[in-house]
Design a protein around this ligand. Structure first.
Ligand code: PGA
Length: 258
């Protein structure tokens, strides 16, 4: 794991956008795995800026989103389809047919298998963006999710429902089910970039990076992924025991131009 500790959210957003820009420059038909939530918003703003600047061409890029709520129509303002359209896709030159989001309206095993097959038929995910939930989840792989799990329907924890209530008028409006890529699906991405910012992420980041690999914190599975970058700000890094060492490694590598 490469652990990069940045000053604040704004630095995470611009640095992670550079990683994506470099990925697309190196492979214009990259397959990106995308996340929703507050964390990647700054990254998406930066990607739009780079695109408008002429620095990133999304015309051959394909994307797969991690998850979608069950039961919200695609145009419901809190659906992840609407989130992605409003915050990224409508502002870049990505082709509609290259955008894939799990179908939360007809969630069944066949639909989940179709999503998995589609990822495989596109050659797999080159770079997967992840956030982390306060309960340590990646996508909606809540505590006790099998670390080998595939795309399926999950029941959200009460903690996740409370966390996500900020996006809805009322907590009772928050869906309790989602279709989500599994931990096993995510682990097949060639590269992973996990982003976290703020005090509320300090504990899950500590558990994910320095805790045991456990289904109780599905993000801890990244410890066995061969190419993962974890990019956090000082607040999210504050409980890391080896924080100084991670900074030391990063600074030395930078000096070597690695
Ligand atoms: P957030 O959500 O980016 O809104 O904090 C992350 C997550 O729940 O995975």
């Amino acid at each position: 794991m490469e652990i990069i500790i940045k000053k604040d959210y704004s630095e995470i957003s611009s640095e992670s956008a550079m990683i994506i820009a470099n990925q697309i420059k190196a492979k214009p038909d990259s397959v990106l795995g995308l996340a929703t939530g507050s964390t990647p918003l700054g990254l998406y703003k930066e990607l739009i800026r780079l695109h408008l600047n002429g620095d990133i061409d999304f015309s051959n890029v394909t994307t797969f989103n991690l998850d979608e709520y069950v039961g919200l129509s695609n145009d419901h303002p809190q659906s992840y389809s609407a989130f992605m359209r409003d915050n990224l896709f409508s502002k870049i030159n990505i082709k509609k047919e290259n955008v894939h989001i799990p179908n939360g309206n007809h969630p069944n095993d066949k639909e989940c298998e179709r999503y998995e097959s589609l990822i495989k038929s596109c050659g797999g995910i080159d770079l997967q963006i992840l956030g982390i939930g306060s309960d340590g989840h990646i996508a909606f792989n809540e505590p006790s999710s099998s670390l080998g799990s595939r795309t399926r329907i999950k029941t959200l924890t009460q903690e996740t429902v409370r966390d996500n209530a900020r996006f809805f008028d009322n907590i009772t409006d928050v869906p309790k089910f989602a279709v989500t890529m599994g931990v096993g699906t995510i682990m097949e991405a060639k590269k992973i970039l996990l982003l976290a910012s703020g005090n509320s992420k300090a504990k899950p980041i500590k558990n994910a990076i320095e805790g045991p690999i456990s289904s109780m914190c599905s993000a801890s599975a990244i410890q066995i992924h061969p190419k993962t970058v974890v990019m956090v700000d000082d607040d999210a890094a504050k409980e890391l025991k080896e924080k100084d060492y991670y900074k030391w490694v990063y600074n030395n590598k930078k000096n070597l131009n690695l």
